[in-house]
Design a binder for this molecule. Structure first.
Ligand code: NAP
Length: 286
């Protein structure tokens, strides 16, 4: 039986690892704060000792952590993935990072004899729990083929996007659009309420027309109820806006709306909403 490793048990990783365990796979888990492993170990996972030990004892190790700094930290050092990877072992990073970070990790893993795939995910806490994520895979095609049964447990769609970097870029493009949509949605709701319109009627009218989408349907009631329970931490959305804008810079592309949206998310971080849901951007405009 294939052995899988899972590193990074935050909002997303915990739900994704849980689905692999429930499906009967042999899973070893590790998280920087080890407390987050406890219930998964109680449901049948093995407790990993370090990223190194997970990588050297598992056929395929998945990671999903905060940002480029965290993704590199998991790889580097005497207890990192790189110290444990080698011939016959594989690494899949599902964190949302920029393409350069992914290239760096890919080059290091490949040099050490392992196979590498980047596979950031689209979808938030609920799709992670339901196993309905969209997994944006790119890199080693043979590893993609080997990982597909696990992807099918965690997601509803796992397109193969080609060479390393293509998954990271696809993820940033999608999230840049999402951040912009949420920002203007918050401003529209705020304007409507200030102008004495009924909030539920605004949501119903938007939902009945061409602009309807699952995100507005979920975030709309959250804004009206002032409920910012975290599915997608606001700080991660701001990181994605920043990385998308950096990509635009490299490609000499002006992104005025994304740039303004990034400033709004930065303002929300500064106001103390970093760990609340992305919907908390509304608090900075209302
Ligand atoms: P989260 O709940 O904030 O969890 C972050 C994880 O990263 C935790 O396991 C944390 O460990 C770990 N971590 C952070 N810095 C680290 C470091 N220096 N060394 C080792 N581990 C470190 O985040 P999340 O919402 O699950 O998101 C994870 C990734 O998925 C991010 O790249 C995010 O952009 C992306 N994503 C999130 C969503 C969403 O809706 N939440 C959707 C799509 C993609 P500790 O527990 O020890 O702090």
């Amino acid at each position: 039986m294939k052995k899988f490793g899972f590193i990074g048990l935050g909002i997303m990783g915990h739900a994704m690892a849980s689905n692999l365990i429930k499906a009967g796979l042999d899973v070893t888990v590790w998280n920087r704060n080890l407390d987050k492993c406890t219930d998964l170990v109680a449901s049948g996972a093995h407790q990993g000792k370090s990223p190194k030990q997970v990588a050297e004892t598992c056929d395929i190790t998945f990671t999903i952590v905060s940002d480029p700094t965290a993704a590199l930290a998991i790889c580097e050092g005497p207890e990192g993935i790189l110290a444990g990877i080698g011939e016959g072992r594989s690494y899949i990073d599902m964190s949302t990072v920029d393409d350069e970070t992914s290239q760096t990790i890919s080059a290091a893993i490949t040099k050490a004899g392992g196979r590498f795939l980047e596979a950031p995910v689209s979808g938030t806490k609920k799709p992670a729990e339901d196993g309905t994520l969209i997994i944006l895979a790119a890199g080693d095609k043979s590893l993609y083929d080997d990982a597909l049964p696990a992807f099918e447990i965690m997601g509803k769609m796992s397109p193969y996007l080609g060479e390393i970097g293509q998954g990271a870029k696809m993820k940033l493009v999608v999230n840049m659009m999402m951040g912009g949509m949420l920002s203007i949605f918050s401003e529209g709701m705020s304007l409507g309420l200030k102008a004495n319109l009924d909030g539920q009627q605004i949501l119903d009218i938007v939902a009945a027309g061409a602009m309807t989408n699952p995100m507005f349907n979920v975030k709309g009631p959250m804004l009206l109820n002032e409920n910012y329970t975290t599915s997608f931490p606001l700080k991660h959305m701001q990181k994605d806006m920043r990385l998308a804008i950096d990509l635009g810079d490299k490609l000499n592309l002006t992104l005025p709306t994304a740039t303004t949206t990034n400033e709004s998310f930065k303002q929300a971080r500064k106001a103390g909403y970093a760990d609340e849901d992305i919907a908390a951007i509304y608090k900075t405009v209302k």
